[in-house]
Design a protein around this ligand. Sequence first.
Ligand code: S3P
Length: 461
Amino acid sequence: MKVVLTRAVALGQDRMNADMTRPMTSRRPPAGLRGTMAIPGDKSISHRALMFGALAVGETRITGLLEGEDVLRTAQAMRLLGADIENHGDGRWSVAGRGIGGLVEPADVLDMGNSGTAARLLCGILASHPIFSVMTGDASLRGRPMRRVTDPLAATGARFTSREGGRLPLAIEGAVDCLPLEYTLPVASAQVKSAILLAGLNARGITRVTEPEATRDHSENMLKHFGAEVIVEASGAGRIIHLTGQPELLGANVDVPGDPSSAAFPLAAALLVPGSRVRLNGVGLNPLRTGLLACLAEMGADIAVENRRIAGGEPVGDLVVSHGALRAIDVPPERAPSMIDEYPILAVIAAFAAGNTRLRGLGELRVKESDRLAATAAMLSGNGVAVEIEGDDLIVHGTGGPPGGGGLVATHMDHRIAMGALVLGQGTAQAVRIDDGAFIDTSFPNFFIAMRELGAVLDLA
Ligand code: S3P
């Protein structure tokens, strides 16, 4: 079945790379936000379900898959590598896998669009198959560092040839007999950890990854779920993961929980707009993803977690969020891995809190879909919020009331800057405009409509 990308669909076009920007305006609504939103599937888990399904023997059935562009790129790449992937509608997908080592040489370039996760995890898979492939991405992804995966993966026997600075496009000659790696992560990155583990699946012997700080563990959880032998050992603030190579992964059922990183945007809007009370259903609550909730509890936010349950092996709950006064906090750097994608929206929330909020240790934000540290600071300062960057820290001077707004935010092909700015505009005195909301489709395809259903005032152009 053909993959149709959502942005192309929204534009009424049946083609990829629809090269059109989508300016948007966000205004304070006349009343509080009200209602219930079902949170779209977790992006990290969705990528992994398709990739592990393609490496398993037999059928994998997925429910709640995020049908955002990033994940559709992964589906398309895994198809080019020989997996049979079908969309049954309503977030239900199936994957007929080829087994570890069974992927075939792709007949075309693998275009990973805007997705760093898809590109980096796939490097681990491609390094461990004796095939030739070429990978590229959009202008944002082509600017992002890939050496963090290609340098360690070269020790498997794979060869990578890239542009200057290790940037995409990348040519990959996978190892004929992949060697297992022992690697200590120099940066706290679940993507790097996962790339090493994925290569280790097709290596004889034990692959060992040491992470000095614990990062999201969806790969480890899902590998176990598919039948791999994975041992996770606590080690100080981090972990050591031991994976036994060449297991037989068996197709499995995966229920994808709602993405806490997507839930963060309607959650923030409800906190900022007076009179709001919103229910967010099915939000993933993996403890390695809930740093934002820890921060918001310290800020005095009114958030109740109801119906705690396990879905697809991950903790899930419904969040009930109400507007209220917030106080400034100091966010320690060790919290970063558990909320790495939530700093732009936390900075927006901090702009409404009373006092100065300091977000520490944000160096990794410089290499996300955009330089998110600079883009977040520019978003706020262009809308009447005083901010400073000191080293790797961001300081937001909150006023305890609505900031002025009135700015035009440059989103730099970054979905989280776009959604953050649109949430900001729900609370500011003047409207906030963004230059391009098209990239929101990478992670939250129905954001615009779902937010309007809660009462948000968002307009195209
Ligand atoms: C992800 C890990 C994080 C995160 C990204 C998704 C993953 O990146 O920012 O959105 O699915 O493993 P890093 O591992 O580079 O921090």
